[in-house]
Design a protein around this ligand. Structure first.
Ligand code: PLP
Length: 362
């Protein structure tokens, strides 16, 4: 089986797995401690949490703090619903291609959601004036379906001019690119070779939020609940590795991208080829039935649009936002590759996918 679905989730790095095991049982059976307990079990676990916090924080620019959450979805909910502009009833301006964690959550704000359009290239087409009721701007750094990279410096300028609170979903960027600067930035361990069930919200110094989850007051009172040292240690190890290997991984992915573009030369690329993370190949082909393609290519794990949209049968909102009519949006497959993908796997997968597409007459 060949795994080409790196935007849905990434394989756990062996280093992250190793770091986690210690906080499940070892050493000396003392690894299970509650990091909030004052005895030795607790203090050891707390030290592991704080080491991981430093490692995750190193993915961000200086000048902020890391709050651990159960997922990036939770982190984005906290940032959008808990900031002072939200409390003041202001609206959120969000790009048309945001992940549902932002897109749906922004709709819940008392001030409502204002959608910023994107062009055919998958990039924001308007990075200047915002309506007067907007107090929050939420734009993702790298899109999960088409990989496009938004001009975050210009977005930050637009937010600053409007005195808006800036939220960035950096889930698909963290560990691959330097993370964008914003008031609040969300990331997820499982997209950078860490475990699932752990995310982080980075808050610029001086930013405070109302908590979504209250209780024991953990994480500076922002996110109550006992932390999981094993998940957090895995996240920390994955973040450290990603920071160390960022250049090496990017070189590897670039060579896979170059070859993939040749192998799929007669497919159409969705979104910009340049302002894009090159581990994301979203391709379409006239007349293709992507559901049939997936069932005819069972030894390759890839996706139609995005993992969430794949199961629903609905045409992707993101592909429609870049101007594809519903039928063309359904002709799209997404291949995602990364650190552990080999050139041989890519060749083999391309041969199987191209043969299955040709057999359909597409
Ligand atoms: N934002 C983007 C761009 C994503 O790709 C995902 C995951 O699919 C999320 C947010 C949600 O992350 P999590 O799985 O940690 O909730």
């Amino acid at each position: 089986m060949i795994y080409l679905d790196y935007q849905a989730t990434t394989p756990l790095a062996p280093e992250a797995r190793e770091a986690m095991l210690r906080w499940l049982d070892g050493p000396g059976g003392m690894g299970f401690g509650n990091p909030h307990s004052p005895h030795r079990y607790g203090r050891q676990a707390e030290a592991a949490v704080e080491l991981a916090r430093e490692r995750v924080a190193a993915l961000f620019p200086p000048g902020g703090r890391v709050i651990f959450t159960g997922s990036a979805t939770e982190a984005l909910n906290m940032a959008l619903l808990g900031n002072e502009q939200a409390r003041a009833g202001r609206a959120a301006a969000v790009s048309a291609i945001e992940h549902s964690a932002v897109y749906e959550t922004a709709e819940r704000l008392a001030g409502g959601r204002h959608v910023l359009p994107v062009g055919e290239d998958g990039l924001l087409s308007q990075v200047d004036d915002l309506p007067g009721n907007v107090g929050i701007v939420a734009v993702m750094q790298v899109n999960n379906e088409i990989g496009t990279i938004q001009p975050m410096v210009e977005v930050a300028q637009m937010a600053r001019q409007a005195n808006a609170f800036l939220v960035c979903d950096a889930v698909q960027a963290a560990g691959k690119l330097p993370v964008a600067m914003a008031d609040a930035v969300a990331i997820s361990a499982h997209k950078l070779h860490g475990p699932k069930g752990i995310g982080a919200l980075w808050l610029r110094n001086g930013v405070d939020l109302d908590p979504l989850v209250t209780g024991g007051g953990q994480e500076d009172g922002l996110r109550s609940g006992t932390l999981s040292p094993a998940l957090i240690a895995g996240f920390g190890a994955a973040a450290k590795l990603a920071a160390e290997r960022m250049e090496q991984d990017a070189v590897h992915i670039e060579s896979l991208w170059q070859r993939a573009r040749e192998l799929f030369g007669d497919w159409t690329l969705n979104g910009s080829a340049d302002a894009r993370w090159h581990g994301n190949l979203s391709l379409r082909r006239d007349g293709l039935d992507v559901a049939r393609l997936m069932s005819d290519t069972r030894d390759v794990a890839f996706s139609a649009g995005s993992a969430c949209a794949s199961g629903s049968g609905k045409p992707s909102r993101v592909l429609q936002a870049i101007g594809l009519p519903a039928n063309l949006a359904k002709n799209t497959m997404r291949l995602g590759f990364g650190r552990y993908t080999t050139g041989e796997e890519l060749e083999e997968a391309a041969a199987a996918i191209n043969a299955a597409a040709q057999a359909q007459g597409a």
